[in-house]
Design a protein around this ligand. Structure first.
Ligand SMILES: Nc1ncnc2c1ncn2[C@@H]1O[C@H](COP(=O)(O)OP(=O)(O)OP(=O)(O)O)[C@@H](O)[C@H]1O
Ligand SMILES: [Mg+2]
Length: 150
């Protein structure tokens, strides 16, 4: 498990950018954190690191936004409006959990287990990065992450 303290939105963007640069196809990045923690900010960085130049905005109503034009496609999923793993499956979102590119999932704990709990579903994606973002104060965030699989 790695802990990174971000002191600004720009620093969170830079962390995501490094992840995007290093990402390989099939990576699923699951983000957990309160409203305004910085999940979308991190997703913007990941997109930038993948070489995606378009504007990234939260797919709160569309559930998923797909971005091409980069080294790999990025699928940005927001589970905020869904409650159960069953609803997520019914909404057709499970295909984004074995992506041809990179998937970034906001409110990932609605489908994937959080630390110290048993799997809510059968197994994790082949390559999964579980990320927890905690708000320390107005400008600081604690970003804790752990990799599973390849
Ligand atoms: N160190 C930091 N890292 C990331 N964001 C920060 C930081 N400091 C302040 N912020 C601010 O916090 C907000 C994070 O918003 P963002 O939309 O990324 O959150 P979110 O977790 O996606 O929220 P939501 O649950 O509503 O989707 C932005 O306004 C950003 O400027
Ligand atoms: Mg968001």
């Amino acid at each position: 498990m790695v802990t990174h303290i971000s002191h600004s939105p720009e620093e969170t963007l830079a962390l995501g950018e490094a992840w995007g640069r290093a990402a390989s196809a099939g990576l699923v990045i699951g983000l957990t954190g309160d409203l305004g923690a910085g999940k979308t900010q991190l997703a913007k960085g990941i997109a930038r690191g993948l070489g995606i130049t378009g504007r990234i905005h939260s797919p709160t109503f569309t559930l998923v936004n797909e971005y091409g034009g980069g080294r790999l496609p990025m699928f940005h999923v927001d589970l905020y409006r869904l409650q159960t793993a069953e609803q997520i499956a019914t909404a057709g979102l499970e295909e984004y959990f074995r992506p041809a590119g990179v998937s970034v999932i906001e409110w990932a704990e609605k489908y994937f287990p959080v630390e110290g709990t048993k799997s809510k579903v059968q197994g994790l994606p082949a390559q999964f990065r579980r990320v927890q973002i905690e708000t320390i104060n107005e400008s600081e965030r604690r970003i804790i992450y752990e990799d599973f699989g390849a």
